[in-house]
Unconditional design. Structure first.
Length: 336
């Protein structure tokens, strides 16, 4: 029996591959074979350049999905440890993280149709030719990723899935720095820690504890974190993708250090070590917030997570707009 620590991956292996969604573009990547796993620290990595010939670059791609037939090659890898992404083979720069729902297993047996998916934090039409498809077998052995197919989705390919904030969960943080109203429902905007100087992770929650989005390293490869909220990409356990918009209400942003684990209903295991302290600087659609995290157990200091709250305002009702217009007209008449 193997004993190990499995790091939370920034990539998604998804259950169920028979998903009735038509991508804008489909690329047959072929076979990827990993090498370099040493059974202890070094993962097995393989990559292949994306053949972009014939792609329609007028599309503004917002999401990707990779499907591959997985089989162990050497050592003792499990399909549950596998990951795939787009970008640099060392950093998987462009694989936006989503909650994992793996169709891999801890038995080392072949898995046809192992599927991974993620969103892009920005449109990538012109930049796509520089991408590689990257496979990672984990550290316990190398694997073959054969018959690999990359699908690229434009916003128009995906349905919309609105998240309502719901009632405040009893497990919500007792204190959070209030950033006020940052957007109107349906808006698309960025949440980031790019001004912070430590290796951060962030998560955005609806008030009822629904985990909306999370990120370790932002798509540019820096150690800070960034997600797109509203019209971001949501990945369901069956592998289907949708554009995620936020309903009006209050949301909670949680920030901690690398190696944090975020789960539903504000179940968070932070990554802050003892005797560490960092200033936390966040940007939510241009609204800036500042806090700090610190752990010094000998002196009774144990604050490993910084919480911020922000509000999405409702779209003004057409009737209200009409009433405002009538009111203005009446006032103009009275002035005559």
């Amino acid at each position: 029996m193997r004993s190990k620590t499995i790091a939370i991956s920034a990539f998604v292996a998804l259950a169920g591959v028979a998903v009735a969604q038509t991508p804008s573009e489909t690329i047959n990547v072929g076979d990827i074979f990993t090498s370099g796993a040493d059974g202890f620290f070094t993962p097995g990595i393989g990559f292949v350049g994306v053949d972009t010939s014939g792609l329609d670059f007028s599309q503004n791609f917002v999401a990707w999905r990779l499907t591959s037939d997985w089989a162990a090659f050497s050592g003792d890898p499990f399909s549950s440890e596998a990951s795939m992404g787009l970008g640099d083979p060392n950093t998987f720069l462009f694989a936006a993280p989503t909650p994992a729902a793996s169709n891999g297993a801890d038995d080392g047996l072949p898995v046809p149709g192992l599927t991974f998916a993620g969103g892009f934090n920005a449109g990538v039409a012109p930049a796509l030719p520089s991408y590689d498809v990257v496979a990672n077998s984990g550290v316990f052995g190398d694997a073959d990723f054969t018959n690999t197919v990359l699908e690229l989705f434009a916003a128009s390919d995906l349905p919309s899935n609105t998240i309502a904030p719901g009632a405040l969960s009893p497990n919500a943080p007792a204190m959070a720095i209030d950033l006020g109203v940052v957007a109107i429902e349906g808006d698309s905007f960025s949440v980031d820690t790019l001004a912070s100087s430590f290796d951060s992770e962030l998560a955005v929650y609806a008030a009822d504890g629904t985990l909306v989005a999370q990120n370790d390293d932002e798509p540019g490869g820096e150690l800070q974190s960034q997600v797109t909220i509203g019209n971001g990409v949501s990945v369901a356990p069956d592998g289907s993708l949708s554009l995620q918009t936020l309903g009006a209400g209050e949301y909670i942003l949680a920030v901690s250090e690398f190696d944090s684990i975020f789960d539903t209903d504000f179940a968070i295991v932070d990554g802050l070590e003892d005797l560490e302290a960092f200033d936390v600087l966040v940007n939510v659609n241009g609204v800036l917030g500042q806090s700090s995290i610190e752990r010094d157990l000998a002196n009774g200091i144990d604050n490993g997570i910084a919480f911020f709250s922000f509000t999405i305002a409702p779209i003004p009702a057409p009737a209200s707009v009409a009433l405002l217009g009538l009111g203005g007209l009446a006032a103009a008449r009275r002035r005559r």
